[in-house]
Write a protein that binds this ligand. Structure first.
Ligand SMILES: [Fe+2]
Ligand SMILES: [Fe+2]
Length: 226
């Protein structure tokens, strides 16, 4: 029997005893909910009160919807990664840290999906592939121990922060809705990185950081089109 953290219907985190089989069933259920878009954000969408006063041209609209598709996939990956990292983590506090971060990533996921809809774009057709790959990656990383597990989280968030900065420069200034979402996401990712660092994140090797950058470049290029 193992202990895991899970959330009940009131979104309150509880600690309860469940078997490994229960954990697998929980993960399958969560992944199906995430992949089918049956998840709700815990916080208000930062763009919801912003009036769409300035209309983007068709070209800008398509461009921004593709960038938001990339961000949506990024959140799918973050969600799967942290769930995978939490799954095999034996330290209750660190497991809690991953679960808390993954809950905030759900907000990002929902906000990005909402913005894509407003822009009349579409999400990636490769979402199941990205989710499965990221979950397995998180699972593998968790076997390297807590400090590497946290180090991977810290480096992921650092790279996401830099990626969001790039997108904030690319998105037309008049698109306040998309910008407000990305700015809140950037703030949250910074917080996730700080939390991982304070909890004892190890600095990853240069090779690991480079591999993560190459993988993320590949993901962004492919998702822009697919
Ligand atoms: Fe995020
Ligand atoms: Fe994050």
């Amino acid at each position: 029997m193992q202990e895991i953290l899970s959330s009940n219907n009131d979104n309150i985190i509880n600690l309860r005893k469940i078997s490994t089989l229960d954990m697998i069933i929980c993960e399958i259920e969560s992944s199906l909910n995430i992949l089918s878009g049956k998840v709700q954000s815990y916080r208000e969408n930062p763009s919801i009160k912003i009036c769409d006063e300035y209309l983007l041209s068709d070209e800008e609209n398509l461009f921004v919807s593709r960038l938001m598709r990339i961000n949506h996939v990024g959140e799918i990956c973050a969600q799967a990664l942290y769930r995978g990292q939490a799954f095999a983590c034996n330290d209750k506090n660190i497991k809690n840290l991953f679960i808390n971060a993954s809950l905030e990533e759900i907000d990002h996921l929902v906000w990005c999906a909402h913005r894509i809809k407003e822009l009349k774009g579409r999400t990636s057709v490769l979402i199941p592939f990205w989710y499965t790959g990221s979950f397995l990656l998180g699972l593998i990383v968790s076997f390297y121990g807590s400090s590497i597990n946290l180090g991977f989280m810290s480096e992921t968030e650092k790279q996401v922060e830099a990626h969001l900065e790039e997108h904030l420069k690319l998105i037309p200034y008049i698109d306040s809705k998309s910008r407000s979402i990305l700015l809140q996401m950037q703030k949250d990712e910074m917080h996730h990185r700080e939390v991982a660092d304070i909890a004892g994140a190890d600095n990853l090797s240069y090779l690991s950081k480079m591999a993560m950058k190459i993988m993320s470049k590949f993901m962004t290029k492919l998702t822009y089109w697919l």
